[in-house]
Design a protein around this ligand. Sequence first.
Ligand code: ADP
Ligand code: ZN
Length: 601
Amino acid sequence: MTTAPDQPLHILKTVFGFPAFRGAQREIVDHVMAGGDALVLMPTGGGKSLCYQLPALLRDGTALVISPLIALMQDQVAALRQLGVRAAFLNSTLDAREAAAAERALREGALDLLYVAPERLVMPRMLDLLEQSRIALFAIDEAHCVSQWGHDFRPEYLQLSLLHERFPAVPRIALTATADMQTRVEIRHRLALGDARVFVSSFDRPNIRYTIVDKQDARQQLLRFIRETHAGDAGIVYCLSRKKVDETAAWLKAQDVAALPYHAGMDAATRADHQARFQREEGVVMVATIAFGMGIDKPDVRFVAHLDLPKSIEGYYQKTGRAGRDGAPADAWMTYGLGDVVQLRRMIDQSEGSEEYRRVSFAKLEALLGLCETAGCRRVRLLDYFGEASEPCGNCDTCLEPPQTWDATDAARKALSCIFRTGQRFGSRHLIDVLRGHATERVEQWRHRDLSVFGIGADIDEAAWRDVFRQLVTLGFVRPDHEAFGALRLTESSRAVLKGEQRIDMRRMAPRKGKSATVRRKAAVDGLTAADASLLERLRAWRSEQARTQSVPAYVIFHDATLSAIASAHPRDIDDLSTIHGIGAKKLERYGSELMALLRG
Ligand code: ADP
Ligand code: ZN
């Protein structure tokens, strides 16, 4: 097929309603259109789908999209149909009649895209059907599922290399948001993509604001964060245990937050129901363990919160990456304290894994603690971990409010000698009572009132002492002993501090006010005149109604950004309306006059 050089751009504008390509999209599209194989590594929200959807529209035949995310296929197809694209899916949720209809459409060349589950694709009957049909390309989404060492391994993915054997002339494009080198190598190898061109994007997510706060009263901190900056927004709250998930969800609900729990201990039907509600309704807060992971394809998740420390930077980045896929401002918020460090170290210590496994786990935890304690830009630190150099971002808590450091040498010495004098048998709570001169029952019981360290730290408040102990642990001067219920013990390196030979600077955790991404966004909304703001409300109500009657998620009708653009741009006619980001020809035809009526109303 011969195509004019700007045909992809034309389709981008008219079908998708976007004015320009993002990053490497254009290059990838051109490469696949010309029949080349590609391996695309792009962060979540980077715009991977367009890389195969555009060639699907421009090449002869049907593009086969292989995805393990069966629960999402229906919504993905609904979104494409809204754009006027001929799309269908084939998976176990269809009955025989529906499946037969999709197969017939494929054979007759009546489809631009067909989404298929991997286990279905490799069935002999399906492969025969493909041979009778015209295939434009194979897109292998979530390609990291081929990695046996990754957390999303799908055995069926291993069989996908047969596509290359059976259909050598059909281009293949594999896509993933998993960044690490090992997975990359494995994908190339296992999918026989040795000759594929590799496209690696920056893994930065500039619209996500990273904030890590000192844990005081985690629930209240979370509630304040949600109320002050994300009222009515969809978000995810990650907790370590199922019990904590249940408790936190119930508690948030009692505080009038639309929260739902999700973890592997719940029955499958309830879990699926909660996932569907999160995906389709607006403003649901999902409280979840890591079991809630792949398969979240909601573009308008406005925040991802962590109530417990994840185990590694990879885990943290993957989870926070679920926020703000639509490119609008979003928050990655985490509260973290000494208790988290103690708990994770204990979990690693007591794990069944080999010595090697434990060593690697400790190193990963160290790297994460470094991120938590850094006085520099969080993003620089994150990207550096993935091998990408960058400049301070201006969109993380440490850039916005540079933490102050203070000379904590004296406080550290007091803390360390308190540990020593009390026999290295206590956790930070009791140590702080002793330092602050609180004659608690425990203090009396152990006669710690008689010690020289009793009351020597009364000038520093409790929260600041917690900071000191936590940083002493992360800096390696103190180690929690799990055999002794997390009692703090001195390490070799504490000696120099005790002797007064080493100075220690610590960062001061300022109690942060909720100056987060949404404040910016709300400010932008406040920037709208009262009339515009009320127009935006009407547009949202109209969208909800559309979504309900068509039973699709609201974002399938229009993204938030598109509605905001309409409310502030005041398009005067259909032509004006067509220039707005996210309004292509089909949506203009379908909704244009209704929108104009709303605007005039
Ligand atoms: P990924 O699959 O990489 O996570 P998606 O393909 O879902 O990302 O795209 C993320 C969001 O970015 C979607 O809302 C999509 O509509 C939008 N998007 C993609 N490409 C462009 C573009 N060139 N211009 C504007 N928006 C885009
Ligand atoms: Zn920064």
